[in-house]
Each structure stands twice: as structure tokens, then as C-alpha cells.
Design a protein. Structure first.
Ligand SMILES: [Zn+2]
Length: 70
């Protein structure tokens, strides 16, 4: 496995839109998303069909459950 690109270790939402192979009509690489919290450092992830909902809700969901919230 390749090493993470340095910005991928920064807090925030990182989305890989994947790669659709039009000739084979299937994913060559599935979409993925990682959220790294800037307060507690937790990482939450989603892939495939779950990415769209994950991207639109993870900030709110993690904020409510973040162990470092005051
Ligand atoms: Zn957190």
C-alpha cells in the first residue's frame, strides 16, 4: 500500500471520487471518504454508495458524538 499523501493526514473531510471504467461499466476504484476530527483526531470513513450521505452528514454526526466537545 502506498503511503498517505501528507495533506490526507490533516483534519477535515477527504473525498476520493473513485474511478468509473466506462468501457467495463463498473468501478475501477470505488469512491471513498474519510473525516478526521481536528479536536479528537478520530477518523470515520465511508465507501461506495454510502459516500454521498456520509459527506453531507458527518460533520453534524461527529460533532454530536465527539469525545472532546465541551
Ligand atoms: Zn472529534
Amino acid at each position: 500500500m502506498a503511503a498517505l499523501w501528507p495533506p490526507a493526514t490533516l483534519p477535515g473531510l477527504h473525498v476520493d471520487m473513485g474511478q468509473w471504467n466506462t468501457k467495463a461499466a463498473r468501478w475501477a476504484r470505488f469512491p471513498t471518504a474519510d473525516y478526521r476530527c481536528g479536536r479528537c483526531g478520530d477518523i470515520e470513513s465511508a465507501s461506495g454508495d454510502a459516500v454521498a450521505a456520509f459527506v453531507s452528514t458527518i460533520h453534524r454526526i461527529h460533532r454530536a458524538a465527539c469525545p472532546s466537545r465541551a
